[in-house]
Write a protein that binds this ligand. Structure first.
Ligand code: 13P
Length: 260
């Protein structure tokens, strides 16, 4: 049975006290859930406090970005060692908002992915096309380029430790989700790219998450698709009730799949 992987990307939301309160409620709501991998990615300022709150929990902690050097004169940046220090296990890299607003390109993202793997942080590597790229039917090409360039120089063993997230930019924060068929079409394409480059064993091991307006009422349909292994949730992860419901519905969809 597929074990869903549900990660919440809180983006630039939540003060420390709001973050602790949110994670306490999520923790209480999912305490019995062992059939789902759960990750929360608060902003940097809240990582330490959320980490302490999660000490006796199976929920994992992730950051939303990091620098590719372990330390140095890089004003305003946060290093992989600092993330390890607050017990982050995951780090979101290459998010479209970083690409769009902070001009991150695949070469920079590639350096970050390599560093994350070196320091045993699991990158949640985001790829996905814009609306213009979808409308001009370039989406496979765009995603392939992001895939190839951000993973350049990594070995199969390295790649077996990462998580991929397909996030079509036109579906982020817009309320317009990709249909389960559109998501599956891209996920199976990405699985094929993994297979061609790193072989079947690694391709079947790397979780491919979907991100873009995931809500409690659409997660079930998405999870029923064979190549959708979970979700990277933005807006709906900011409320304990909706995030918990997404987790419950994802796990149920996977169970129903086995029994149907
Ligand atoms: P929304 O769920 O708010 O569309 O955001 C998706 C996202 O960007 C997760 O990283």
């Amino acid at each position: 049975m597929k074990k869903p992987f549900i990660a919440g990307n809180w983006k630039m939301f939540k003060t420390v006290s709001e973050a602790v309160s949110l994670v306490q409620t999520i923790k209480a709501g999912v305490s019995h859930k062992t059939d789902c991998d759960i990750v929360v990615c608060p902003p940097f300022t809240a990582l330490s406090a959320v980490s302490k709150t999660l000490e006796d929990s199976s929920i994992d902690l992730g950051a939303q970005n990091m620098h590719f050097e372990s330390e140095g004169a890089f004003t305003g940046e946060v290093s992989p060692l600092m993330l390890k220090d607050v017990r982050c296990r995951y780090v979101v890299l290459g998010h479209s908002e970083r690409r769009q607003h902070f001009k991150e390109d695949d070469a920079l993202i590639n350096k970050k992915v390599k560093t994350a793997v070196k320091y045993s942080l699991v990158p949640i590597l985001c790829i996905g096309e814009t609306l213009a790229e979808r409308e001009s039917r370039q989406f496979f090409e765009v995603v392939k380029k992001q895939f190839d360039e951000s993973l350049q120089g990594l070995t199969g063993e390295d790649v077996s430790k990462i998580v991929l997230a397909y996030e079509p930019v036109w579906a982020i924060g817009t309320g317009q989700t990709a249909t389960p068929e559109q998501a599956e079409q891209m996920h199976s394409y990405v699985r094929r790219l993994l297979n061609e480059k790193y072989g079947n064993e690694i391709a079947s091991r790397v979780p491919i998450l979907y991100g873009g307006s995931v809500k409690p009422d659409n997660i079930g349909q998405l999870m029923r698709k064979p190549n959708v292994d979970g979700a990277l949730v933005g807006g709906a992860s900011l409320k304990a009730e909706t995030f918990t419901q997404i987790i419950v519905n994802a796990a149920e969809a996977c169970k129903a799949e086995v029994h149907s």
